[in-house]
Every structure is written in structure tokens, then in C-alpha cells.
Ligand binder design. Structure first.
Ligand code: NAP
Length: 233
């Protein structure tokens, strides 16, 4: 890391994978602007290189305000990690439109708005980075009760690919990180697998850090990571 710290925005940084990403990037020397619904984050202490702000993915317009605050604080944005996510474990027949809308809001629409708001800053220096924390549920449908969530994560995966294309000429590289079960509150609510058998959030964070660190000429479009054997992952 050069003397000028690169700046990453991380949504949902208060717990689970987002908290692990925040801790990892801080250890790697990134300056951080962290979004959390509560406005509080435990993984890293606020300070000169750590900015924390309240961020609710369902509040349209909050992305632009967050980006403006981050730019005011640091003067640059090098990376966006769109991590905040919502899982409503309902199958596509039992679910109502409201369930789908709630997940589309947090898993798809808010990340797009966040990336859009940060776009002028991400494209300003020729090495912008975007990570969308998608899911293996963005690549296959594994069970009935994850079906509705999988619809939204397929869209999140498409978002990452679309961003990679949209920003390629300006040096933006986008990666969809696609984990299976990760030992967080979300997976504990969905699977009976013991957390110790699940992928650790810290290991997902290592992948996110790698995707942010690789040069423009080593673009990684997707990182699929699993704790169990499946046909393709
Ligand atoms: N755990 C897994 O097995 C797994 C696997 C594949 C992908 N993922 C994805 O990984 C990402 C992180 O999930 P996780 O496992 O860390 O789950 P988690 O422990 O349930 O954390 C979810 C995070 O998203 C935030 N969030 C949810 N709704 C929000 C909203 N409206 N506005 C702002 N933040 C909101 C939560 O904030 P609050 O604390 O305020 O609720 C929390 O920080 C998600 O995108 C998830 O879909 C998880």
C-alpha cells in the first residue's frame, strides 16, 4: 500500500461478512468509510482513517449522501464493497411480492445505487474496484426455501458483471464474490450445518481483499467459495 491510503466503502459493516471485510481491509492499510444501519461498527474503531455512518439500504438517496460524506472526509474513493444483504427464506410459491421487493431493494437496487453514486470517484483514477457480495445462490438454486433469495442474488451477480463491462475502459474492475454457507447470523438461520463446518467470514474477507488488490490486468469476475462439495462449486 502506497503512502496515500486507498479508500473503500463497505456496506453492512457492523456484523457478519461486512465486519470481517472491514477488519481485514483496515489491517491491510485501507482507509474505510463504513455503512451500518445502526451507525455503529465494532470491528474497527472510528478514527482518522475510519469513517462510520448510518446507512439504510432501503432509504433511497442515502447512498449519495454517504458517498458525499466519504469524499468530504477522504477526497477519493478507490473501492466499493456492496455487502449488506437480506435473506427471506421463502420458496417462490409461498412468497408474496412484498418479500421479493424487500430483498430486491437491499440485494440489488441499493448496491446499484451505491455504485452509481460512487461512479465519478471510482472512474477518476483508473483503478476503481467494486466487489458485490453475491452468493452461490446467484449461480444456482439449491433448495426451495432459498429460491426467492436466489432470484435476487442472480440479479446481484449480473450487477457485478454489468459493472465490470460498464467501467472496464475507465479501469474499474468488478468482482462477484459468491460464497456458500458462511458462519454468520444469516446462514445460521437457514442451515442446520454447524457453524464450524461453514466458511469463515474472515476467509471471505481475504477473497474480497484479494479482488481489491489485484491489478487491472488480473480481473477476477467471480470468486465462488464453498464449504461443501457440489457439482460445479
Ligand atoms: N452467510 C452466508 O451464508 C452468505 C452466503 C452467501 C452470501 N452472503 C451474503 O453476504 C452478505 C453479508 O451477509 P452476512 O452473512 O454477513 O449476513 P448477516 O450477518 O445477516 O449480515 C447482514 C448485513 O446486512 C445488513 N443489512 C441488511 N439489511 C440492511 C439494510 N436495509 N440497510 C443496511 N444494511 C442492511 C445488516 O445490517 P443490520 O445488522 O442492521 O441488520 C448486516 O450488516 C449478504 O449480501 C449475504 O446475502 C451470505
Amino acid at each position: 500500500m502506497s503512502a496515500v491510503r486507498k479508500v473503500a466503502l463497505v456496506s453492512g459493516a457492523n456484523r457478519g461478512i461486512g465486519a470481517a471485510v472491514a477488519a481485514r481491509l483496515a489491517a491491510d492499510g485501507w482507509a474505510l468509510s463504513l455503512g451500518a444501519r445502526s451507525g455503529a461498527v465494532d470491528a474497527v474503531a472510528p478514527g482518522p482513517t475510519v469513517h462510520v455512518r448510518a446507512y439504510d439500504a432501503t432509504a433511497e438517496g442515502s447512498e449519495a449522501a454517504w458517498v458525499a460524506e466519504a469524499l468530504d472526509r477522504f477526497g477519493r474513493i478507490d473501492a466499493v464493497v456492496a455487502n449488506a444483504g437480506l435473506l427471506i427464506a421463502k420458496d417462490v410459491v409461498a412468497a408474496e411480492d412484498a418479500d421479493l421487493d424487500a430483498m430486491l431493494d437491499v440485494n440489488v437496487k441499493a448496491p446499484r445505487r451505491l455504485i452509481k453514486a460512487a461512479w465519478p470517484a471510482l472512474t477518476a483514477h483508473g483503478h476503481g474496484r467494486v466487489v458485490v457480495v453475491a452468493s452461490l445462490s446467484g449461480k444456482r438454486v439449491k433448495s426451495a426455501k432459498s429460491g426467492l433469495y436466489a432470484m435476487t442474488k442472480h440479479a446481484a451477480l449480473a450487477l457485478a458483471h454489468a459493472v465490470r463491462h460498464a467501467g472496464w475502459a475507465q479501469g474499474v474492475r468488478a468482482t462477484a464474490v459468491c460464497p456458500g454457507f458462511v458462519a454468520t447470523d444469516m446462514a445460521r438461520g437457514l442451515s442446520a450445518m454447524p457453524p464450524s463446518a461453514m466458511t469463515r467470514p474472515e476467509d471471505v474477507a481475504r477473497l474480497v481483499a484479494l479482488a481489491l488488490d489485484l491489478p487491472n490486468e488480473a480481473s477476477v469476475a467471480e470468486l465462488a467459495v464453498n464449504c461443501q462439495a457440489e457439482d460445479s462449486f
